[in-house]
Design a protein around this ligand. Structure first.
Ligand SMILES: Cc1cc2nc3c(=O)[nH]c(=O)nc-3n(C[C@H](O)[C@H](O)[C@H](O)COP(=O)(O)O)c2cc1C
Length: 140
C-alpha cells in the first residue's frame, strides 16, 4: 500500500455543491479499488490524502490530475505504508474555508521537508485533525 498527499489549486470558486459532486464520485468509485482518504478544501486550495494499493492510488491520482476543477497539483508526500489513517472513510471531507484553518493546512505543506517517516506523517496528520473540531469531519 501507499499513501499520497497532494495539494492543488481550485480553478474557480468551489461551492459546496462542487465538493459534494467530488465526494459522491469518490464514495462511488474508491471502495471498489480499495482507496480511502480525506479531502480538505477551502481558501481556493484542495489537499487530499489517498491511501490504498499502489496501482489504485496512482491510477486514481492520474485521473484526478485530469480534472479541470483544479490545477497546479503538487505531491507533498508519498510513502509505502501498511497502515491506513482513514481506514473507514472512502473519502472524508473537511471544509477549511476560514483563514485560521487554512493557515493550519499550509503548515503541513511547509513541513514537508521535515516529514520523512510514516510515523512522523501520521503524527502530523493526527495533530492536524485534532486541531480541527471533530464536527468538521464528515465520515462517510
Ligand atoms: C480535488 C479532487 C479530488 C478528487 N478525488 C476523487 C477521488 O478520490 N475519487 C474519485 O473517484 N474521484 C475523485 N475526483 C473526481 C475525478 O476527477 C472524476 O471527476 C471522477 O472520478 C469521475 O467519476 P466517474 O468515473 O464515476 O464518472 C476528484 C476531483 C477533484 C477535483
Amino acid at each position: 500500500m501507499i499513501r499520497l498527499l497532494y495539494f492543488s489549486q481550485a480553478t474557480y470558486l468551489i461551492s459546496n455543491e462542487h465538493v459534494q459532486q467530488i465526494l459522491e464520485a469518490s464514495r462511488r468509485n474508491n471502495p471498489a479499488v480499495g482507496v480511502t482518504g480525506i479531502l480538505v478544501h477551502g481558501g481556493g486550495l484542495f489537499m487530499q490524502v489517498l491511501e490504498g494499493p499502489e496501482q489504485a492510488v496512482l491510477r486514481l491520482y492520474v485521473k484526478i490530475l485530469d480534472d479541470n476543477r483544479h490545477s497546479n497539483s503538487e505531491i507533498i508526500y508519498i510513502t509505502p505504508t501498511d497502515k491506513r489513517i482513514f481506514e473507514n472513510w472512502s473519502m472524508g471531507s473537511i471544509n477549511c474555508s476560514d483563514a485560521l484553518r487554512f493557515e493550519q493546512i499550509k503548515m503541513l505543506q511547509s513541513q514537508r521537508k521535515e516529514v520523512v517517516s510514516t510515523k512522523v506523517f501520521t503524527d502530523v496528520m493526527h495533530a492536524f485533525l485534532k486541531m480541527l473540531n471533530a464536527d468538521q469531519l464528515h465520515k462517510s
